[in-house]
Design a protein around this ligand. Structure first.
Ligand SMILES: [Zn+2]
Ligand SMILES: [Zn+2]
Ligand SMILES: [Zn+2]
Length: 173
C-alpha cells in the first residue's frame, strides 16, 4: 500500500486537476523550461511573441480565447496584429505546448510532457473552467483499433468531456 500523503503535488502526471492553492509558479516555470528545451532540441526559436503568448496561457489552467490573449498581451497600448498571435498559437500547438479546446473555441497551455499526437482527453470543469488532461493508454489502444477497423488513420485524437472537477465537487455549492 502506498501512502497517499507521501505524494507531492507535482509528482508525476497523475495530478490532472492541480489543487486551487497549488504552487502554480512551478507549473509555469516547468512548462517554460520544457518549451525552451524542446525548441533548442529542434532548432526552433521561441521568439518573444511565442513566449509571450505561452506566458499568457500559462497564467492559469483555464482555456482562453484568441481575443482575450490579444487583450492580455497589451492591456493598454496597441495590440499585436491578430495574424501574429494566430501564427504564434499555431507554432505553440504544432509543438505541443498549447492545445485548442474545440468546444470552447479557446486555448490552454499543456503542462504535461506528452508526445505531440498522443491521444488527449480534456476534462473540462463546468464550474471553475479548469481543464485537466487525462491520458489512458488503454483508451488510446481502443481508439486506434476502432479507427484501424474502419481503415482510418487518426492523426490527433482529442476527446473533450464536460463535468465537475474534484475540487469543485468537494467544495460543494
Ligand atoms: Zn498550476
Ligand atoms: Zn497536453
Ligand atoms: Zn472545477
Amino acid at each position: 500500500m502506498t501512502d497517499p500523503g507521501a505524494r507531492t503535488e507535482h509528482e508525476g502526471a497523475a495530478v490532472v486537476f492541480p489543487a486551487p492553492g497549488h504552487d502554480h509558479g512551478r507549473c509555469t516555470q516547468d512548462a517554460m523550461a520544457v518549451a525552451e528545451a524542446r525548441c533548442q532540441e529542434r532548432g526552433q526559436r521561441l521568439t518573444p511573441i511565442r513566449r509571450q503568448v505561452l506566458e499568457v496561457l500559462l497564467d492559469s489552467h483555464k482555456p482562453i480565447g484568441a481575443y482575450e490573449i490579444m487583450e492580455r498581451l497589451s492591456p493598454s497600448g496597441p495590440r499585436p496584429a491578430p495574424i501574429t498571435v494566430y501564427r504564434a498559437l499555431d507554432f505553440l500547438r504544432e509543438n505541443g505546448f498549447v492545445h485548442r479546446i474545440e468546444s470552447r473555441n479557446a486555448f490552454v497551455a499543456c503542462v504535461h510532457q506528452h508526445v505531440v499526437g498522443d491521444l488527449v482527453v480534456f476534462l473540462i470543469c463546468e464550474r471553475c473552467g479548469s481543464v485537466g488532461e487525462a491520458s489512458s493508454a488503454e483508451l488510446a489502444g481502443t481508439i486506434r483499433s476502432a479507427a484501424h477497423a474502419a481503415g482510418f488513420v487518426p492523426k490527433s485524437p482529442v476527446i473533450e468531456i464536460g463535468g465537475i472537477c474534484r475540487h469543485c465537487e468537494t467544495a460543494g455549492s
